[in-house]
Design a protein around this ligand. Structure first.
Ligand code: NAD
Length: 235
């Protein structure tokens, strides 16, 4: 039997952190050794050692950190992974250009995955958008995303990633964001020309899809050489 990968959950008290802690119990390849949040008070499960962000250096040895926090939290967990020689899986969005550059630099030293979306459906949507943009030169491309009112960044990281795929295939995407109610995440990529319109749509109804994907990627990333990996390579 192989030893479970030791996981650090960073952002543990948040919506994603709570889903990660709950679902990690069902992931046979991983074992949560520490949970970190701003206050150090995640809700469950009680047997997981919890740490406040201010005591990050005190966490026990771990193999992979799974980070769904905020950009400042991302800085701290990236530095921790570099100092411990551990791998990092991050879904934290709203990273600025300097942080993305630090991520790139860190990939020379540790294995890491950063993705704006860990769902299989969005991985497929990404390919469909690239293909549509390639087949529809000159069509208007608009990306409309909707999320719950407590989401801080806009446009969403997923919208920007889908837009980058469209742009790389020749489109010039425009973005619109809706913040309403408890919407988990919806993305509509529309291609329009005179007299016709194509819409590619993904609707997430449960954030467990992101948490399951991230845990799956984390257990598979362990043991890889330093470098930046894509979700599709590890799912
Ligand atoms: P949330 O606000 O519910 O939770 C944020 C968590 O981060 C909390 O536990 C908080 O204590 C912690 N935190 C904040 N600042 C911190 C710091 N400096 N150090 C350590 N911990 C800190 O947010 P959420 O809805 O769980 O989303 C978290 C992030 O994940 C956001 O950036 C969101 O956009 C992103 N997200 C990504 C995906 C994906 O598939 N990539 C899916 C959903 C959400």
């Amino acid at each position: 039997m192989t030893t479970p990968v030791r996981l650090l959950i960073h952002g543990a008290s948040g919506r994603m952190g709570q889903a990660l802690l709950r679902l990690a119990a069902e992931e046979p390849g991983g074992h949560v050794v520490a949970a970190v949040s701003r206050s150090g008070n995640a809700v469950l499960p009680l047997q997981v050692p919890q740490f406040p962000a201010t005591a990050l250096e005190a966490v026990p040895d771990f193999d992979v950190a799974v980070d769904f926090s905020l950009p400042e939290g991302f800085d701290a967990v990236l530095a921790l992974c570099l100092s411990r020689g551990a791998a990092l899986v991050s879904g934290t969005t709203g990273l600025d250009a300097a942080r993305k550059q630090r991520l790139e630099t860190a990939s020379a030293s540790i294995p890491l995955v950063w993705a704006s979306n860990f769902s299989l459906g969005v991985a497929v949507l990404h390919d469909l958008v690239a293909r549509a943009a390639q087949l529809l030169p000159g069509w208007d491309c608009d990306i409309v995303e909707a999320h719950h009112t407590r989401k801080l960044d806009a446009p969403s990281g997923t919208a920007l990633t889908l837009g980058a795929a469209a742009q790389a295939s020749g489109a010039r995407p425009h973005y619109a964001s809706i913040r309403a109610g408890d919407i988990v995440g919806e993305h509509v990529v529309q291609f329009a020309a005179a007299g016709e319109r194509i819409e590619l749509v993904h609707r997430a109804t449960n954030r467990d899809i992101f948490a399951r994907g991230a845990l799956h990627v984390a257990t598979r990333l362990h043991g890889h050489a330093p470098g930046r990996y894509r979700v599709a390579e590890l799912l």
